[in-house]
Write a protein that binds this ligand. Sequence first.
Ligand code: HEC
Ligand code: HEC
Ligand code: HEC
Ligand code: HEC
Ligand code: HEC
Ligand code: HEC
Ligand code: HEC
Ligand code: HEC
Ligand code: HEC
Length: 378
Amino acid sequence: MAKLQKFFRISSQPASDKPRAGHSSGHSRRQTRLSTVMCLLCICAGVSGAAPQRKPRPVQPATATRIDYSRFLHATKQHQEACNTCHQAPSSNWKTARAFPDISDYPDHIACVRCHRGQFFKGAQPPICANCHTRVSPRDGVRFAFRNPARARQFTVEFPHDKHQDVIAAWRTSPTVIARNQVVRRTFAHALQTRTDYNNCTICHAPNREPSSPPLAGWTDQYVPGLDTFRTAPATHAECFNCHWKGPQPAKENCGGCHKAATPYVPETTPKRISMKFRHEGGGPKQIHLAECTTCHINITKAASIRGLKPDVPITGCTECHNKSGLREDLNKELAAIDKDKDFVCSYCHLSDVGKRNAPSGHYLVAERTPLQPKDLK
Ligand code: HEC
Ligand code: HEC
Ligand code: HEC
Ligand code: HEC
Ligand code: HEC
Ligand code: HEC
Ligand code: HEC
Ligand code: HEC
Ligand code: HEC
């Protein structure tokens, strides 16, 4: 009975919100109440079949404006109250779901019912339940993983690398650091990796150990990047909440400090790259590419945002080894090949999507060549 009480607790709240047009679709409050009671009856009965038969209602015309109550959008105006009006931090299930206090679950019913009474207590299979539950049933509380990997993302993440350069380095050896006169303490312990860390970037960007799944359009040139190619990026809060739980802003409930609203999108399965053939753990048998990250990533540590970093790794980070006369001349060879054949596609570092385009002036500069004139490229 305890489970049902949750429903009663919510449904017996005074209906202080005026029934809004659209939600009650013209029903009087009394009728809304009635259907609430009827739905509660079906919840009590546990089986939808045992629910009392309802009078058939006129079916809503299927217009283009019909609202899909199984797809929650943050962009809807009424969904834009403070993030913590819906999201609790930590979620009540965190101890079973995670190794650290986290937002590991969906908002509770109470976050929705005050506005969505009409949708919650409508019929035996209210579509709104499917935002969170795998099965729509009054007895089954099982929910999707939070976040649901099958759903389009509604936020991108923001991480100012510049603000973290010093704090992260200091914090690895001590439980407290001072940043801008602010003492930052570890708010809970979370085991970090202990492998060799270049500038501590590896805390968040480990070597990738999962085979990449092909992009929707398939692999360009059928080139499948190996396990030694990519570096990962944080996919959970594990790398942030050590400091940002109760510590510096954005703290746990300030979701919007890190998550920036975006047009819903399907995340890329593989990182977008200019030099797809560059392998972080490659560079011959000596794996010479495994080096201090900032020798190549010269811009990121100064970057206040991860957006618009173009290019983060300039070709000057490669030419010391790949374009020295007498040693390797990978770039020179390709530039020379273009001189002979305007349709030559550069493929040492790039795939054809980039290698068939005109090389940027920086490439000619490091190779000490005069850039081709537009007329030469005809
Ligand atoms: C009206 C309630 C409500 C408010 C307010 C709200 N959320 Fe959500 N949020 C939800 C629900 C419901 C889901 C699950 C949606 C889904 O699975 O598609 C969710 C999912 C998410 C997710 C995971 C899905 C994704 O797109 O990555 C993030 C991140 C998130 N919310 C961040 C925020 C931020 C940031 C704010 C404040 C700016 C916020 N939420 C405000 C209800 C809310
Ligand atoms: C402050 C009132 C309010 C709260 C709280 C609220 N909603 Fe809504 N919701 C609305 C309004 C208004 C609409 C627009 C459509 C309508 O009038 O029904 C809407 C629309 C929706 C839709 C249709 C798609 C969309 O996002 O526009 C879904 C799904 C939905 N809400 C789910 C939820 C869930 C789940 C919660 C709780 C986590 C929630 N809502 C909390 C007011 C609210
Ligand atoms: C915004 C997400 C969301 C929506 C929408 C939602 N639920 Fe839930 N539901 C939850 C969460 C979170 C819990 C766990 C609450 C807790 O244990 O604190 C839960 C718990 C339950 C439980 C188990 C109760 C218990 O005490 O274990 C049932 C049954 C349930 N929901 C049914 C429904 C039905 C039926 C609907 C649609 C009318 C619905 N839920 C809509 C998030 C949601
Ligand atoms: C505390 C975690 C953390 C640390 C430490 C960190 N990063 Fe990041 N980095 C991130 C996050 C989060 C992103 C964004 C990933 C995303 O967009 O999903 C990112 C993105 C990047 C990107 C991709 C930028 C792009 O164009 O999308 C590069 C390159 C990068 N980091 C390099 C570095 C280097 C080099 C260091 C060390 C100097 C470093 N990072 C340290 C968290 C971190
Ligand atoms: C020898 C140069 C070089 C070094 C050293 C290097 N990187 Fe990179 N990194 C690159 C290149 C090139 C790219 C791809 C840029 C592009 O093509 O858009 C890249 C991309 C990335 C990305 C984006 C995801 C991906 O793999 O495409 C991350 C994150 C990253 N590097 C982190 C690191 C970290 C952490 C280190 C140190 C352990 C490091 N890099 C060392 C050259 C380097
Ligand atoms: C070692 C502790 C530590 C870790 C781990 C950490 N941060 Fe921070 N972060 C800080 C400190 C301290 C500041 C404030 C720096 C300042 O103001 O100069 C900060 C600032 C920020 C800001 C900028 C706030 C503003 O007002 O400009 C954002 C956004 C942020 N962190 C996101 C993240 C994300 C996302 C992660 C995880 C990928 C993360 N941080 C991991 C300590 C940390
Ligand atoms: C200090 C920065 C920060 C704050 C504050 C923050 N997040 Fe996140 N969140 C991240 C980063 C970084 C990721 C991993 C990158 C990604 O996948 O978007 C993430 C991932 C998530 C995920 C997917 C996690 C998983 O394990 O699959 C959800 C859901 C989420 N955040 C929701 C929230 C909500 C809701 C809040 C507020 C209660 C919040 N976040 C507060 C930085 C933050
Ligand atoms: C040693 C590796 C290497 C070789 C060889 C090379 N490139 Fe690049 N290329 C890079 C790197 C690194 C960048 C990104 C940084 C920059 O623009 O300096 C880049 C950038 C580019 C871009 C700009 C892509 C964008 O979207 O910004 C084009 C186009 C390009 N190269 C074409 C070529 C052509 C054509 C050749 C053959 C003549 C060539 N590259 C040979 C490493 C290489
Ligand atoms: C410190 C020297 C050094 C630097 C810097 C360097 N490379 Fe390399 N790279 C090598 C060596 C050595 C090899 C192995 C060559 C061979 O076996 O033919 C290699 C191989 C490669 C290959 C062939 C695939 C592989 O990994 O074996 C590509 C593509 C490549 N490098 C791209 C780049 C790009 C792009 C940059 C700049 C972002 C870069 N390299 C910077 C030394 C370097």
